[in-house]
Design a protein around this ligand. Structure first.
Ligand code: PSU
Length: 305
């Protein structure tokens, strides 16, 4: 069976010509940010990728068709839509099979990017091991995906709402390279440092591209996580955020928020509790990640594969 997949004209041209392409996800649009900042950010991120010399491919499932690259109208419709599914590995095929509409998480975007022949993907922060996972077992499918799908994902580290040390342990167990860009500490999404040491550090997009190709040459499945710290001017110090995150977590527990709803609930509450400051930082870090992803995609295209 062929996958119902539609490429935007610019992505189709870029892939045919072998010019760099960067995949972008859509859950951040539908479940990660409020309207209209979500669509404004999606547009800005695409511009950053273009300015970096690559073609942006925002990915989503619309009426049972996997779109690799969205038109501006499709982006606007998705950003305003209510009740869009949040797709991961488990429900991706079912959404396509039943003609559904869904936004792709990191996991689903990696699967789609790989199918489309795109090797680099930019997002905000990956999902990971939730706090209290020892009793809830809530661990994002993003981690397993990084272990099996050969896409380099640029993020500002695991989201600070997570149990970051446990997330790093699981990534290590799964054999996922966690490469911190230009610093020795793992970044913590809205803040530059989590206080935890980087398993790997690289200071150039070219090295990250080489490492991507080397994994393939070694026959190792899976991708790489590139942890790119939020720019200093945009960060929110951890000391400011910690009590806010704790309050949001306590509210989630009291309201019995579970499974796929946890991350969107926490992001929304932290947005409200910080009077919008968390969203401003989130937008800045996504744009910063898009710029690095464009540089890695460009470097990858220069490598002899
Ligand atoms: N980055 C952001 N905001 C987001 C996400 C990433 O800045 O909302 C999304 C991604 O799609 C990621 C998802 O896969 O959050 C994680 O959800 P969960 O914890 O339920 O796996």
């Amino acid at each position: 069976m062929t996958i119902p997949m539609q490429f935007s004209p610019e992505v189709a041209t870029a892939l045919a010509d072998g010019t760099p392409v960067v995949a972008l996800e859509s859950t951040i649009i539908t479940h990660g940010m409020p309207y209209p900042q979500n669509v404004e950010t999606a547009r800005k991120v695409e511009t950053v990728v273009r300015d970096g010399g690559a073609t942006p491919a925002t990915i989503a499932v619309l009426n049972g068709v996997l779109h690799i690259g969205l038109t501006d109208g499709e982006l606007e419709t998705l950003a305003q839509a209510k009740d869009v599914a949040k797709l991961s590995r488990a429900d991706f095929a079912a959404c396509l099979a039943t003609g559904g509409t869904g936004a792709t998480t990191v996991a689903a975007t990696m699967i789609a990017a790989d199918q489309a022949g795109i090797r680099v993907f930019a997002t905000g922060g990956i999902g990971g091991v939730h706090r209290g996972a020892e009793s809830t077992f809530d661990i994002s499918a993003d981690l397993q995906e990084l272990a099996q799908t050969p896409v380099t994902v640029v993020a500002a580290g695991p989201k600070a709402i997570l149990d970051v040390p446990k997330t790093l342990e699981v990534l290590e167990t799964l054999g996922v390279p966690v490469i911190v860009y230009k610093q020795n500490d793992i970044p913590a999404f809205w803040s530059r440092s989590s206080g935890l040491p980087a398993p790997l550090r690289m200071d150039s997009a070219a090295d990250i591209a080489k490492a991507h190709i080397m994994r393939g040459a070694l026959g190792l499945p899976g991708g790489q996580l590139v942890a790119n710290p939020i720019p200093a001017a945009d960060e929110i110090p951890q000391s400011t955020l910690s009590p806010v995150i704790q309050q949001a977590l306590d509210e989630a527990k009291a309201q019995k928020i579970a499974a796929k709803s946890v991350t969107p609930f926490l992001l929304q509450r932290i947005f409200e509790l910080t009077d919008g400051a968390s969203l401003i930082a989130n937008i800045a870090l996504v744009m910063n990640n898009a710029a690095l992803a464009a540089a890695i995609a460009t470097a990858l295209n220069k490598q002899v594969v």
